[in-house]
Design a protein around this ligand. Sequence first.
Ligand SMILES: [Zn+2]
Length: 476
Amino acid sequence: MTVKGRKKISHIAPKQNLQNMQVDFLVGLRIMEQLGKRRPSPHDTVHERDDELIKILNWFTLCLVSDSSLPYHDIACTMSAVPGLVTVYFTKGSAHPPNKHDHESVSLFLGTLHKVLADDLDSTAALQNFLSMLAVKTFPEVYRKLALIGTTEGNDPRRTYDRFCGLVDTWRKCRPQGEESSGLVVIAQNVRGSAEYATELLMECVLNLMCLEPVAHPADVDAKNAYMLPVLEACTLVTASTFFHDLVQSDSAFRVSLEINDVLFLHELLKRIIAVARYRSGCAAFAGRGIQNLKDILGKEGIANFVTGKGGIVVSWISRRHSRPYRLYHWPTSPHAEIMQLLELETLAIDDLDDELREYIARTEPVTKMWKKGGAVTPVLHCELQMILYLEKHGISVVGNSIGMNQPPCWACHCYMKKRKSVPESVQWTMSHTTGRPRGYWRIPPGNPDMAVLVLRALDKKVEHAVEEYAYECYP
Ligand SMILES: [Zn+2]
């Protein structure tokens, strides 16, 4: 790559430059996050369903997270199993220690599991117990995610709903028989007396999800339950609908008939609804097959040990035991200077930017607001990488090499994992599909600088692309 006046850190020997490389990561990811998200990513229209085990592990973490918008609140989870003993591992970003809320949530989870195993409840009763448990600790987080559904289209629930309705009309032209998913059809038959009302019911569910009345967080668990259960049910019905099924089938007549912007809108909407539906789908998977598998592994003795408090199921937090503060970094330049320099790259397809136009682009608000020169920033070793490093260091093998998380892996973690695949005999880990979007303040995992260089090179390309697209957008 030819760069005017700027030597790319990714082309310098990594070991002496780990600190600089970390700063380059922070800068690059921030630019990609702020400027790149204005354009659709190819990942935006990828839809993959998680397998049962990942669904369950993801759900374990969902039971714990109180506000995933805060730093160090991401949680990864995995499980090792030998006959008679199951160990569930949790870790937060940078192995941040668990707080009071985390400990309370784990106790609540184990208490509910205790009831299910001690009373040998069937899957329906187990599901009810676990769903009630969710309302106790996760209500604010579910509500936060719920509020995002209505704002898929420009922060306006009514506009979001109108756009959705217009696309349902388009869909009906391709599928005149309308909604045929079993969940919605059965309810339409039972409540309205005919399967014909299933499409109407789908639209009502979506309308209710989008135009929720603001709610003061009720203190009473029953009130929380009364609020959450129908919402989770509605999200589950909508994600299983024929409408969204037709959207994610790349060769369906509906999908083929759509403009790209409409495809992106519906995928974004579906993602936001799935983010809520995961609370129920993971719960159902665990209450059903999950509990059965758990019983098979534990055997009679393991179950008795768990019920009498002598083991059987153990929770282990991977966290830092020493109190050394997390390393701070400082933004080295102003975003203006950084973007001015990037706009000079010879590799950009736009090469006729004059100084005035570059200056204009670098002064726009999305650029100037990216960071403040000299401001402190603490990068986080994301929880999934933290988990993997720990398991590999201690030679722990886990069920299915699967790792659950409260949200899908970010671009940088995904890219790092992909590059690792080229290392002979490296473990192939299974997680949810990535969103393809970066997530803030990524810390370089220790111990493998060459791998980080490969990721940084991939990031360089992403950043150039983001800046180029942004420059086009600003073009008069
Ligand atoms: Zn990540």
